[in-house]
Design a protein around this ligand. Structure first.
Ligand SMILES: CC(C)=CCC/C(C)=C/CC/C(C)=C/CC/C(C)=C/COP(=O)(O)OP(=O)(O)O
Length: 374
């Protein structure tokens, strides 16, 4: 693990804060290419991390849930709302859903409600009606978000999230940022540098980590700072999204989109044309090796935070981390042909990952955790 990478994941925090070196991001790109602009996105994201961590710290200190008005008098309606969220989660994220079943009822249903909101947001730009979506529609979606945070949900799914955010110290910012990510996706189909891509990944996936931690909870025995656990959660979202991008290169290219950093492509002697041509060359393999290496580093950062979570939250997170990380192995096994072959993790591997994750999830926070307090 390069120290430079740690600087990128922990931009201002503790012992890992070192200036970037030539191997920044674990890729063979020059430091000047990634280091200077790299700070801006990271710092912006870090503000959100600090704010979220402060909310959770406050909750840990007082031991009370944030007291918002209980707007839902009709418990049956609310139970129905949460059940519907559970059904959606079970349908679209089976493994994750299975893992959530270990959580306390309150946490479990809140995680479902967050999942459903994220899925609906994603569907706005990725779903069947995506071609009709406009920035105005996203503004309306944001207005709905504000309303539900103030206890005025529009529909049943919103009602579940509205209740969830009244019970857990969830900040609205990551939700707004996810909508911002959708706006970005509407107007942008190229990313000049990893800094730009990082910001996109934060918007559309890192935010999920920040939304989830207040609900999943940090283990009471954990010595880690809230900031460090948030950083790990953020890293998992980034790792997942980078993996998604690497898996879907061909599919995205067919939609005219290239999510790979243009400067790194150029540095590797590649261009959009090579991607549209879709030929696996040695240049492409070497480029992909670096990209995979960087995604794995984000997974590694994330993994360190899992043991700091509440015991029942560790399993679903670790299981999904192990499974998603294996997509990178599958890309390698496909000899880096992510143009016409879809990398996937077979059923057998999934079945092995679940008990492995379960056994590892039994381990609590490490006393000498590198993400612990300094
Ligand atoms: C590590 C610690 C401390 C906490 C974990 C905090 C959490 C729950 C983070 C979750 C991050 C996450 C799941 C982000 C979503 C990223 C992503 C790319 C999801 C892919 O979703 P789909 O588009 O449905 O995937 P497929 O295309 O593979 O079906």
């Amino acid at each position: 693990m390069s120290a430079a990478h740690l600087w990128t994941v922990f931009p201002r925090a503790g012992p890992f804060r070192v200036p970037p070196t030539i191997s920044a991001n674990g890729c063979s790109v020059s430091a000047s290419m990634v280091a200077a602009p790299y700070r801006s996105s990271e710092e912006m994201v870090y503000e959100v991390v600090l704010k979220q961590a402060a909310l959770v710290r406050e909750q840990r200190r007082t031991g009370n849930d944030r007291a918002l008005a209980d707007v839902f008098k009709d418990r049956n309606m609310l139970n129905e709302a949460y059940d519907r969220c559970g059904e959606v989660c079970a349908e679209y994220a089976k493994t994750f859903y299975l893992g959530t079943l270990l959580m306390t009822p309150e946490r479990k249903r809140s995680v479902w409600a967050i999942y459903v909101w994220c899925r609906r947001t994603d569907e706005l730009v990725d779903g069947p009606n995506a071609s009709h979506i406009t920035p105005v529609a996203l503004d309306r979606w944001e207005k709905r978000l504000n309303d539900l945070f103030e206890g005025r949900p529009y529909d049943l799914y919103d009602a579940a999230l509205s209740d969830c955010v009244s019970k857990f110290p969830v900040d609205i910012q990551p939700f707004k940022d996810m909508i911002e990510g959708m706006r970005l996706d509407l107007r942008k189909s190229r990313y000049n540098s990893f800094d730009e891509l990082y910001l996109y990944c934060y918007y559309v996936a890192g935010t999920v980590g920040l939304m989830s931690i207040p609900v999943m909870g940090i283990c009471p025995e954990s010595n880690a700072t809230a900031e460090s656990v948030y950083n790990a959660a953020l890293a998992l979202g980034i790792a997942n999204q980078l993996t998604n991008i690497l898996r879907d290169v061909g599919e995205d290219a067919r939609r005219g989109r290239v999510y790979l950093p243009q400067d790194e492509l150029a540095h590797a002697g590649l261009s959009d044309d090579d991607i549209f041509r879709g030929k696996v060359t040695d240049k492409w393999r070497s480029f992909m090796k670096d990209q995979i290496k960087r995604a794995r580093m984000f997974f590694d950062e994330a993994e360190k935070g899992v043991s700091e979570l509440n015991s029942a939250s560790r399993w679903p997170v670790l299981a999904s981390l192990l499974l998603y990380r294996q997509i990178l192995d599958a890309i390698e096994a496909n000899d880096y042909n992510n143009f016409t072959r879809r990398a996937y993790v077979g059923k057998g591997k999934k079945l092995v990952a679940l008990p492995v994750a379960y056994a590892r999830a039994l381990m609590g926070p490490s006393k000498s955790s590198r993400i612990g307090r300094t």
